[in-house]
Design a protein. Structure first.
Length: 443
């Protein structure tokens, strides 16, 4: 599997808390990277495609580089930043005009010099005339002319982007970001989603660490598998509502829910050593409510021999716990040793096909009329449900509208029966089915 990026790449770098994420969000036009006054909020690389004028490029937000990074997690953050620098065509180094040059700024400047990459130097927080004048202090770094900007107030951005566009490579043609399907790895904290993502991509794309909740932002990575272009989204772990801390973690959960909305198929990642907790069912309900395709991923399967479990045992337990997901396929993976990765991707592709399936009109009518003939709706007092016709409104997800005499007469059990009849005929493996009941003749 080869990771490919079709657009020129621009990385925003700098020490912590200089406004890198604020600039990133301004340039992509959405709040894509978490913004907080908390030191070191952005840990992983976050990248999105954006455009300025007629130029399309990929913009990468990174964690803060600090001369005092020492513990194991921050060493990994540092490695991520160096990877972003190596992959980028142009760098935007952000400094803080309200504070001036710090030892960490000098450290970042040295990293930039060693990279040899083209650079734009943005003196952020130049909110007034005095700070704009003080931005000249950053000439001392010996890099390039500092450009006074205020990302928060959208000042100086046109000049910054003019300099940036002049540095972008022009000898290649870049296509807009387009893929055959998008899927995300969704699950509660610390079930191994990031390690699983790294194993799929065959690189350390996401920081892996033993502390629950390390991944805060959602990450997009494009790769090719059997001539299909896929976009893989790794996400922060979802905790129970009562366990969600205010601030950064709350925004991370919202980001995960947004990632579900952006996906075609979601991999529900659960831990083989804990199997189907109440929180797993909560996460699953988020996917189901969004009507996305779903694959249940039993991760850390390398522990199966220690846990004395077989795949058949686990499938029975999962089916009992996730009765509302009995249509979802189950696969067994290990991010640690790469087990089951091809099976996972193949199942994701299969589910995406089912999620986009259309039933021919004649077959649909035959299936439903046969179902009604074999098991007519039961009476509700003196009232009887009558189904006059059915149509498929759209695919992705497969959505059906039943035209009836009175929608209030549709019992949940009969709705489930009709869904099962559709699945018996056309499978819809891993795909939820949306069913609506409307009164005939009512717009």
């Amino acid at each position: 599997m080869d990771l490919s990026n079709l657009n020129p790449c621009v990385a925003i770098i700098g020490r912590p808390n200089v406004g890198k994420s604020t600039l990133f969000n301004l340039l992509v036009g959405v709040r894509s990277s978490i913004v907080s006054d908390m030191y070191g909020t952005t840990r992983d690389r976050v990248n999105l495609n954006t455009s300025w004028g007629d130029r399309i490029f990929t913009l990468v937000d990174t964690g803060g580089l600090d001369v005092d990074m020492t513990d194991n997690l921050w060493i990994k953050v540092k490695s991520q930043i160096h990877s972003a620098i190596n992959e980028s065509d142009v760098l935007v180094m952000v400094v803080d005009a309200s504070i001036g040059i710090t030892p960490s700024d000098r450290y970042v400047a040295e990293v930039v010099r060693k990279s040899g990459k083209p650079l734009v130097l943005a003196a952020n927080k130049s909110d007034n005339d005095l700070r704009e004048m003080s931005a000249s202090e950053f000439f001392e770094l010996g890099l390039t002319n500092p450009i006074p900007i205020s990302a928060y107030h959208n000042k100086g951005i046109d000049k910054l982007m003019s300099e940036l566009l002049n540095l972008l490579p022009t000898n290649q043609e870049y296509d807009d970001f387009d893929v055959d399907l998008k899927f995300s790895l969704i699950g509660r904290a610390n079930v191994g989603k990031s390690m699983l993502m790294n194993a799929i991509l065959k690189e350390d794309r996401s920081i892996v660490h033993g502390v629950p909740g390390t991944t805060r932002d959602s990450l997009d990575s494009r790769f090719n598998y059997n001539d299909k272009d896929l976009l893989l989204i790794d996400t922060a772990g979802i905790r129970r509502s009562g366990k969600i801390e205010a601030g950064v973690e709350k925004y991370s959960v919202l980001r995960t829910l947004q990632s579900i909305d952006r996906s075609d198929v979601c991999g529900l990642v659960i831990d083989a050593s804990e199997l189907a907790t109440a929180q797993d069912t909560h996460v699953a309900s988020n996917i189901l409510n969004a009507f996305k395709g779903i694959v249940i991923v039993v991760n850390k399967w390398d522990l199966s021999s220690q846990l004395s479990m077989t795949e058949d045992d686990v499938k029975i337990k999962i089916k009992n716990k996730f009765k509302f997901l009995d249509f979802a396929p189950i696969c067994f993976t290990s991010g640690l040793n790469g087990q089951g990765l091809n099976d996972l991707i193949n199942k994701v592709i299969d589910v995406n096909y089912e999620w986009n399936k259309t039933v021919p009109r004649y077959d649909l009518r035959r299936i439903i009329m046969t179902a009604i003939g074999n098991n007519p709706p039961s009476n509700s007092g003196k009232r009887l449900l009558k189904i006059h016709s059915v149509s498929q409104d759209k695919k992705a997800p497969p959505s059906f509208t039943f035209y009836v005499n009175n929608p209030d007469l549709v019992h949940f059990s009969y709705k489930r029966y009709l869904e099962n009849c559709l699945r018996d005929a056309y499978s819809f493996l891993g795909s939820p089915i949306r069913m609506r009941f409307k009164k005939l003749g009512k717009k």
